[in-house]
Design a protein around this ligand. Sequence first.
Ligand code: CAA
Length: 380
Amino acid sequence: MQFELTDEQKLIQQTARDFAHGVVRPRAKELDQTGAFPSDIVKDLARLGFMGIMVSPEYGGSGLDTIAYVLAMEEIASACASTGVIMSVNNSLVCDPLSQFGSEEQKKEFLMPLAKGEKLGCFALSEPNAGSDAARQQTTAVQDGDSFVINGTKNFITNGKEADIAIVFAMTDKTKGHRGISAFIIPRDTKGFSVSRLEHKLGIRASSTAQFVLEDVRVHRKNMLAGIGDGFKVAMFTLDGGRIGIASQALGIASAALEESVEFAKQREAFGQLIHNFEAIQWMVADMATRLDAARFLTLRAAYLKDRKARFSKEAAMAKLYAAESAMWITTKAIQIHGGYGYTTDYPVERHFRDAKITEIYEGTSEIQRLVIATNIFKE
Ligand code: CAA
């Protein structure tokens, strides 16, 4: 593993940083307060090639590696965690499985507009009674001639309100457990497919989280992603990559909180001097920076392994676990350093604290990451 970024990776990082600082960051507070979807920013992300970073140029993507994706995600999420997850879901949870498992026809019809950012995607796995226990799908897909008829409820779907295309998981054979799950690519305007609820959330308020109801949604069999019964493996592979994306989002949130704490400590006076002179502040900042770097290295290692097509489930779980818990810890300390000001909406650290929490929950809770890590250790 090399520690030096390539010129191309540095360029992506700088491009993302400039865009994040110049365009996204000035809007983040307003987006958090209104909960409005940042459609103009998403269009700009598409223009920069950030909605399909790892997709081959043949299918409209930027053809870059996972390390470039991590670098870009961290920058965008440091400015606005909501924008970060919109981008992460499209890249990791939608474009990635379509690139990996899609037929040529599916890539041309669905992957290409998603990678170009002309369309937005979402990933519908979770259900009211199948969250961490993803294999317990209740949604059914019953074959009828050349089509499948899908019925069920999906929830906690990021991008659900705005998405044009959904990857939906459903049971094609209940008797086979997880081996009876299949994945379908479904345009959101398909008859019988509706948004039944939008969540009001603690953080990432400018990204929508929707519940879907599917009532007799008819999908042609050519829109099945991978083979019949392969859905659970598609979901697991996809989430391994998604966890690298969420780890990167956590890095962004934590790095913003650290940067703002350092700036605050250099300006705030107490007891006749600037507070960064106090060991109590210095030690907090030292620990914040050390945890952030450790999380960054774990995330880059997982990305490196994914790029080399090596096994990376355990490493992605470690990266997400550590980055998420570090983001929560670092944003807590950031508020502490800001004192009473940190608890107000005058400073962005309270938003970072609220945004950090979800990284411990979605795309597999911290408890699920520990389960994945331990399972892999005992299998080795
Ligand atoms: N890649 C490929 N295949 C995998 C795999 C992986 N990483 N992990 C497991 N599998 C395979 C196994 O090899 C096994 O295959 P066989 O049937 O051939 O033996 C099969 O999947 C079942 O494996 P397990 O017995 O380990 O499965 P399990 O039912 O015990 O579940 C789990 C494992 C890790 C707990 C899994 O259910 C899981 O990841 N749960 C969390 C789900 C999650 O992250 N949900 C988030 C949804 S997306 C979201 O958050 C919303 C959003 O929009 C952002």
